[in-house]
Design a protein around this ligand. Sequence first.
Ligand code: ATP
Ligand code: MG
Length: 405
Amino acid sequence: MTRQEPQECVLLKYGELALKGRNRGLFERHLLQAVEHAMRTDGEQVRISRREGVLVLSHGLPRHELMERAVHVFGVSVVQPALRTACDVGAATEAVLLALAGKYGDHDRGARTFAIRARRRNKTFPMTSHELAAHIGERVRDVHGWRVDLGQPDVEVVVEADKREVFVSLERHRGQGGLPAGASGRALVLLSGGYDSPVAAHRAMRRGLRCEFVHFSGAPYTDPSSTYKAYALLRELDRYQGRSRLHVVAIGKAQRALATAGAGKLQVIAQRRLMVRLASELARELNAQALVTGDSIGQVASQTLSNLATVEQASSVPVLRPLLTWDKSEIIAEAERIGTADISALPDEDCCALLAPPRVATRTGPGEFEGIEGRVELAELVPKLLADAQVLTVGGTRSQAGPLA
Ligand code: ATP
Ligand code: MG
């Protein structure tokens, strides 16, 4: 009988310990969708098959490309390149020798130590895990002359005997962890051009929130640089969920109206309340259950506890603040890790700087805003501003005509 050649594949492991019962089904459904989306190609399809607690990727793309895409998928805790072979002892042994030859050459007889870690999900496999590891270990010792060290080996070979096949791996990489996009619902992220909000978005997505994005520009009184930055950030963040959309709302005139209405040192908080009010209306339209911001306590004057509370009261949906307790240095380090820092560092004309008073009030309450907000007739202003919003999607399609705000 001719045996099939071992085949290259990638194992994605999720095994979230905390997932039980119905949650597990939901998790798996969203994870499969997220992986399918991440693996889309124009040519041959990537094959995705399901095992107990594992997804197996093969075909369609080179293995390094499968891995590069998989490490961005939330919900995947381990990304493990493997050789897949038939479910018998001889095939497993050959696959191990092939994997080692691929990495170390056919007859590497350097003074290495090694360990075979065998696991058996298939209890009808003809050997116990222990026997299988010993059997393969002997062959490796014959071929390479390496010494067994089960404690701290130079080379660790994992052999997993599954129901229908055996997987052999020499390495494993850490995935993003967390929960797959959409498993926790939908949220609307307030995305500025700064460091904080993209990191907050990443955290929200990591806990399974599918994110929509809104950016407020100071148009017509600012140039489009902050919108370009927000769009560039959107493209980076889209790697983690796909099909991302950015709603751009021009609030320059409304900001001016607040100033004319006498906001004074309340101007910045009045603008924040306007943003949050607009965002919560938009969230309802988009079926999003919460807002996400990059606020962190005390980072700037507008983020005192008192001001955060005053702003939050303008929202009709909960405001989530994943970075509430992070230091700026921690946020920047994370922005570097997830790839958004270089964009955030670019200069822009931010709407918040427009009309900012020399001193920002640090203690406010919602009552102080009744007069100002009444004078600018928010009830009519909000739907008007939202009706003029532009929608940008990754790929560059614009859903509304008009100059970029
Ligand atoms: P960031 O680095 O995210 O810009 P920041 O340190 O500049 O934050 P603020 O400017 O006070 O802090 O903004 C706090 C949060 O309010 C931001 O993280 C973001 O979620 C939201 N926000 C601020 N400005 C805008 C904007 N122009 N468009 C959308 N959201 C904004
Ligand atoms: Mg900002």
